[in-house]
Design a protein around this ligand. Sequence first.
Ligand SMILES: *Cc1c(COP(=O)(O)O)cnc(C)c1O
Length: 423
Amino acid sequence: MTVSPQFEYKNGILHAEDIPLYELAERYATPLYVYSRQALRQAWERYAQAIMGRNVLVCYGMKANSNLAVLQEFQRLGAGFDIVSGGELARALKAGAQPELIVFSGVGKQAWEIRAALTAGIKCFNVESSAELERLADIAHEMGVRAPVSLRVNPDVDAHTHPYISTGLKENKFGIAIEAAPALYHQAMQYPSLEVIGVDCHIGSQILEIAPYLDALDKLLTLITHLAEQGIVLKHLDLGGGLGIRYTDETPLTPSELLDPVFEVLNARGFGHLQIILEPGRSLVGNAGILLTRIEYLKHTEVRDFAIVDAAMNDLMRPALYEAWHDVEPVEPHHNAPTRTYDIVGPICESGDWLARGRTLALEQGDLLAIMSAGAYAFSMASQYNTRPRAAEVLVDGARAHLIRSRERLQDLYASEHLLDTV
Ligand SMILES: *Cc1c(COP(=O)(O)O)cnc(C)c1O
């Protein structure tokens, strides 16, 4: 059993839906990101079930995987989008997103990004500071429009996740301390070019328990009540993203397991009128993709056995960045090779360039490996470090494979660079 039902062994060979992975390697070469359309749809369907009959907008946190074809798929399924840059806005619009279903998060929105989002007519700006509020008000005033605003509040809850992906604690750069929020709401109300409509938070990523969400919800509802008493009436509450996925043996919450208790609280406390927004990223795409890679060399040293593969930290940064675990599955397991404990490493000139450590596997040079759960924060964090072209992306739909991003060519990598014209 792998972590995803769309990437399973059939007759001893690992498949993506109905296609054996070695066929994709032959056709598109490696390293290669392979996504399953069915897995994307299933992940969406779990949210669709959970929100049925409820006033919930699901805005896909697109930084997890922003390939146009992936965005298009979610757009067609009815998703809105949570963007964090002007670049993501352009991508979302290119993929057919409805601007009125886009929310714009992030601590450092630049003037041009704000202008672009106002021009498009997005649903809401998730504002993270007093200075940003002022900039947004000024630009909206100049443009003669009203900017819809939510304040991103930092509820100071511990999501018990990796420090680099925990965002709801006081010490983080994100959001506005909850005690400081009322004053900022009053500031926002002073600007005629702003329309105050909501409150939001995003407390972290790869969250596996309900408690941090309910703690955050409780604090936000108290804030909403307090604001209403002062005449500031909010229309929506955005709980952010963060639902975890199974990388190996975790038991993540389903969207229903998150939303059922949320709605119990909302109904019990008389907040049935509020629109709820969610911004899931990882939980929509993480297990809908793998990174397919080929072993270039096996290298046995006195203290370690290495499988040196053609994928590297530039293709999948999470292990180097967070010491993240990704399962590794051989595409065609064989039993004649000796079983050893391998570190799976890339060719990049950094000791941090590893994809998996201490895995017991029977490997041979030339074998294909699937690095599992690489649908989220894999390609979207990829770089060209060591002048490595970014790998191609393929979306499998049953027995068909669609190339949704071509492999970069070497000349693409330096096409925008300029030689000095002086001697
Ligand atoms: C990254 C991010 C998300 C998506 O987070 P996941 O953990 O991938 O669900 C949602 N909202 C905001 C503001 C984010 O920064």
